[in-house]
Design a binder for this molecule. Structure first.
Ligand code: HEC
Ligand code: HEC
Length: 307
């Protein structure tokens, strides 16, 4: 209603509502007063099917009371709560207020649970069955749609169960990934590599890094270009750079496609950008640590300080 600049529609709606309730009261009053002409046996004189006589008995008292009570209830309700145009009601109740109160109540209820986690590290929380159970539920509700309910990921969404991390697998790195999000960006590199044959050669070299199917001669030919173009991000030995989210190309784990030459060629030609959303707006610091502990403890977590 607040979208209207004039009060006309507010008054219009309020008017129709009040007229409706008052009309019900008037109808009741009028029918109670009305004296229909009836025979002494309360019959109206209408008879169907030989012996089906229409009678005119007064309305049962309970029915009249119910009707009157609903009219009174309607008027009281409209006085107390918002319902008449833009009138706010005397209780000052609002949907936003109700929502905020429920949120406050909820936060007050969960605060003691998370307070117990406040001064514990991600590694400690990963060993706490209670924290892990909460982390599991947070994961199912917020992360599973991308990483899968078994956390094994799918094409484009990394598997969080294995020890392969693009952004680092230490407790701090996982916590940072979840808190601030990550954008993995590989630009199209074909122009920097050279001809289509050069691209194929580099791709074969990449496949050789993990012992995948490759042509040994082509791989040797592509080695130099890899060092010139790809090493800047993936490292001279192809083991990746967590600070850039550039994956390790030597372990045979590919997130963005199958582990074959065609996928690597596709990556070189087209590049890829993938984003992990940030969660610090949605979760408290304790919730973020519980989530990090859950993910870190799934099996692939690396000890603090590991490279
Ligand atoms: C909208 C989809 C989406 C949702 C929801 C999502 N993620 Fe991600 N996540 C991604 C993508 C995409 C990446 C990979 C980014 C890249 O390619 O660098 C990623 C990467 C990660 C990584 C880094 C993995 C590595 O190899 O270093 C972690 C850890 C992670 N997500 C945890 C979570 C957690 C915990 C949640 C829930 C709070 C979550 N994600 C929710 C899409 C999502
Ligand atoms: C500017 C940094 C940068 C350069 C240069 C670069 N890459 Fe990448 N590369 C990345 C990043 C970051 C990703 C991850 C992209 C994502 O997750 O969205 C990636 C992903 C890949 C993947 C996909 C791995 C998977 O999990 O599916 C392959 C293959 C790859 N790069 C090969 C190469 C090759 C070959 C070159 C050289 C021609 C190269 N990259 C040059 C940053 C780079």
């Amino acid at each position: 209603m607040s979208d209207f600049t004039s009060s006309f529609w507010s008054l219009y709606v309020a008017g129709i509502t009040l007229v409706g309730v008052l009309a019900c009261v008037a109808l009741l009053w009028w029918t109670l007063r009305m004296n229909a002409e009836v025979d002494p046996d309360a019959s109206t004189g209408h008879v169907w099917d030989g012996d089906l006589a229409e009678k005119n008995n007064p309305l049962p008292r309970w029915w009249v009371m119910m009707f009157a009570i609903s009219c009174v209830f309607a008027l009281l309700y409209l006085a107390l709560y918002p319902g008449l145009g833009t009138y706010d009601g005397t209780l000052g109740w609002t949907q936003e207020g109700q929502h905020a109160k429920e949120l406050r109540d909820y936060e007050a209820r969960i605060a003691p649970i998370y307070a117990a986690f406040a001064d514990r590290s991600v590694e400690q929380l990963a060993k706490d069955a209670n924290a892990r159970a909460i982390g599991d539920r947070l994961f199912m509700n917020n992360c599973a749609q991308c990483h899968g309910s078994d956390a094994r990921g799918s094409k484009g969404f990394p598997n969080l169960m294995d020890a392969h991390w693009n952004w680092g697998g230490t407790p701090d790195a996982v916590l940072e990934t979840i808190t601030d999000g990550r954008v993995g960006m590989m630009p199209p590199m074909a122009a920097a590599v050279g001809s289509a044959d050069d691209v194929r050669a580099v791709a074969n070299y990449v496949m050789s890094l993990s012992g995948g199917k490759h042509d040994a001669a082509l791989a040797t030919a592509g080695r130099g270009k890899f060092g010139e173009v790809c090493a800047a991000c993936h490292g001279p030995d192809g083991k990746g750079t967590p600070a850039l989210g550039a994956p390790n190309l030597t372990d045979g784990v590919f997130t963005h496609g199958p582990d074959n030459e065609a996928h690597v060629i596709d990556m070189i030609n087209n590049g890829k950008t993938a984003q992990m959303p940030a969660w610090k707006e949605k979760f408290s610091p304790e919730q973020l640590r519980v989530l990090a502990a859950y993910v870190w403890g799934l099996g692939g977590g690396q000890p603090a300080g590991a490279q």
